[in-house]
Design a protein around this ligand. Structure first.
Ligand code: HEM
Length: 157
């Protein structure tokens, strides 16, 4: 390897960010979906990886389906697709080895005119789902902490 190249790579590592030759690890990059992004994969692993996350998403979709406050929004939604995208999104946001391939939160919720009450109901359903899957409260808090900042991208679109 040429010295200049080695120097450039060394510099990139030293600076750790903003260098084309060494893009930050996927899970450290700020994500396009509005989640702040987890540092490392500790939360992903604590939740039981993709399987654990899939169980939470399945339980949440059952809760949402039975929630008269918000289930009407999902009448025309392809739920298999939504399930896959939610798993991808939560996996990526918690530092897992997934790529979120869905739309931005603004785009996905555009035209739904969701309110804060709708958002709160959705979060309540998610908490009920995590309770049913015996997710410890401290992990629940961490996950909700990643979703909370998405509120303005979801509500009022
Ligand atoms: C932080 C909270 C939320 C997250 C992380 C989230 C995540 C997602 C994701 C990943 C998608 C799929 C995107 C795509 O199709 O490309 C989606 C779609 C959707 N979300 Fe949310 N969502 C949230 C809040 C809500 C709330 C509060 C409601 C309604 C009460 C809602 C209703 C919907 C509906 C109806 C769709 C499907 C839209 C369609 O079929 O085109 N979401 N959401």
């Amino acid at each position: 390897m040429r010295t200049s190249m080695r120097l450039a790579i060394g510099l990139c590592v030293a600076l750790a960010a903003g260098c084309a030759a060494t893009p930050p690890a996927k899970h450290l990059a700020p994500s396009a979906n509005g989640a702040a992004g987890a540092k490392g994969d500790a939360l992903y692993r604590a939740l039981g990886g993709t399987n654990g996350i899939a169980k939470v998403v399945d339980a949440a979709l059952v809760e949402i389906h039975g929630d008269l406050r918000i289930n009407v929004f999902f009448e025309k939604t392809d739920m298999a697709d939504l399930r896959r995208l939610l798993i991808e999104q939560l996996c990526a946001a918690t530092g897992g080895p997934c790529e979120y391939t869905g739309r931005s939160m603004e785009e996905a919720h555009s035209g739904l005119n969701l309110t804060d009450a709708d958002f709160d109901a959705f979060v309540e359903d998610l908490v009920r789902a995590m309770d049913s899957q015996k997710v410890p409260k401290d992990l629940q808090k961490q996950l909700l902490g990643l979703l909370g900042p998405m509120r303005p991208q979801v509500v009022g679109q």
